[in-house]
Design a protein around this ligand. Structure first.
Ligand SMILES: Cc1ncc(COP(=O)(O)O)c(C=O)c1O
Length: 426
């Protein structure tokens, strides 16, 4: 019997059956069929524990949500103490926590003016796209083929057909997509001067972290300026020091008109997201400040936690740890790749944003499973299954870095065997 006080289950199978019956049959079965029978129970730092008690190192971090690990002690203490005073707050009124956090966030990007809060990455993207339409009085939006910006109405229309068409939420007349790293295609899309915004992840995560070509992002921003289109940087996965600087766009010398952040902003314990905008983009906040309303967006508890998240990320020892972890994996992954070059063919890396490329269309699915069997949880890229998302946390210690590499090395023969059997099946 698994008795949690609030609820109890007879076994792991009982949880899975309940999930199939009342929660999400498709998702639950997808993982069972993939040989990943994970039900996350206890969680602590960069470790998660399956209900069976088996420990896994978390290299998925849910896209950086657990950038600081699970239940980070400092953030848990911050949230607990905030609960003695604050609650969600009332979005209608100016507030202590919201004002303080807005100032802190905007000051991380000196050319910006306002922070507009939401609860999820998708909501922050929604705010950015609406803001662009307000500021330009144009309707069209351009994004990248295989980009990913969330699943709400406007955000899902920027993404892959798989997620929009099922809900009849694709909008081909207003939303246009161009290939990543293709400047000519972007120019063709913008030159009618009728595009409100170009939105792009600084390094597209769900597409497997392909790296922007030298000068590509800067040239995109230049094209946007030339044709009166606003440049929106989606920093939901590349922000919060994961590329080695606070915001990924800073490392490329950009000055986006807006950027969006979420996931790890709430430290993995209280959901919050933000769209940060320039003075020009913030015009609607003067005309009608209630034009975007979100009851839980920028909740005061979230603001207190996120304020602390930014504070932690600004500490010199944290900044130097990100560089340590990034350099460590750069060296160690090159060695693992050299030893397994028959299947492991590339490393894409900027800071702790890392993708491992395998020489098979579903290579990362097999490696993800092999790693799972060897005590590491890392996920394949949904929109390019050759690439494993390898996402170390910014506070990882040297011993855990070494353990990850040892386990990766140990998992390679099993990955090779899985790939051979899937090649035979093809
Ligand atoms: C780059 C990017 N943008 C936006 C989102 C949407 O965030 P959320 O799931 O919080 O709505 C995600 C989520 O994975 C993401 O990876």
């Amino acid at each position: 019997m698994f008795d949690y006080g609030y609820f109890r289950f007879a076994s792991k199978a009982d949880v899975l059956d309940t999930a199939v019956e009342y929660w999400n049959p498709g998702k639950t079965k997808f993982w069972s069929d993939a040989g990943i029978d994970l039900v996350i129970d206890r969680r602590d730092g960069y470790f998660i524990y399956d209900m069976s008690g088996r420990r896994l190192i978390d290299l998925h971090l849910n896209g950086g949500t657990f950038n600081f690990g699970h239940r980070n002690a400092e953030l848990v203490a911050t949230l607990k103490s905030a609960l003695d005073y604050f609650d969600m707050g009332n979005h209608w009124f100016p507030s202590l926590a919201r004002s303080a956090f807005a100032e802190k966030l905007v000051k991380t990007a000196p050319h910006m003016k306002y922070a507009i809060f939401g609860t999820s990455g998708a909501e922050a993207v929604e705010i950015a796209l609406k803001t662009a339409r307000y500021a330009t009085k144009r309707r069209k939006i351009v994004s990248i083929i295989k980009g990913y910006h969330g699943h709400s109405g406007l955000s899902v229309a920027t993404g892959d057909d798989r997620f929009s068409k099922i809900f009849l939420a694709d909008r081909p007349e207003e939303f246009h997509q161009v290939p990543f790293n293709d400047l000519d295609a972007l120019e063709r899309a913008l030159r009618q001067r009728d595009v409100a915004a170009f939105i792009i992840e600084t390094i597209p995560a769900t597409y497997g972290f392909p790296m922007p070509n030298e000068g590509y992002l800067q040239a995109c921003q230049d094209l946007c300026r030339r044709y009166g289109t606003l440049y929106i940087a989606d920093e939901v996965q590349t922000g919060l020091m994961r590329t080695g600087v606070m915001w990924g766009w800073q490392g490329y010398g950009l000055q986006p008109d807006m950027f969006v952040t979420g996931k790890g902003l709430g430290g993995g314990i209280y959901p919050i997201s933000a769209c940060v905008v320039t003075e020009r983009c913030g015009g609607w906040l003067h005309e009608d400040g209630a034009a975007h309303i979100s009851t839980a967006g920028g909740s005061e508890l979230g603001c207190v936690v996120a304020h602390q998240v930014i504070d932690i990320l600004q500490r010199p020892e944290v900044v130097s740890n990100v560089h340590y972890v990034s350099d460590y994996f750069q060296r160690a992954l090159a060695e693992v790749m050299a030893a397994n070059s028959d299947i492991f063919v590339g490393v894409r890396q900027r800071g702790v944003v890392i993708g491992l490329e395998f020489d098979h269309p579903e290579g990362a699915v097999a490696v993800s499973r092999a790693l799972y069997e060897h005590g590491v949880w890392a996920i394949f890229s949904s929109l390019d299954k050759r690439v494993l998302q390898f996402k170390p946390g910014v506070l990882l210690d040297p011993d855990t870095c070494q353990e990850i590499i040892d386990r990766l090395q140990a998992a390679m023969p099993r990955a090779r065997a899985l790939l051979r059997s899937s090649r035979r099946a093809v």
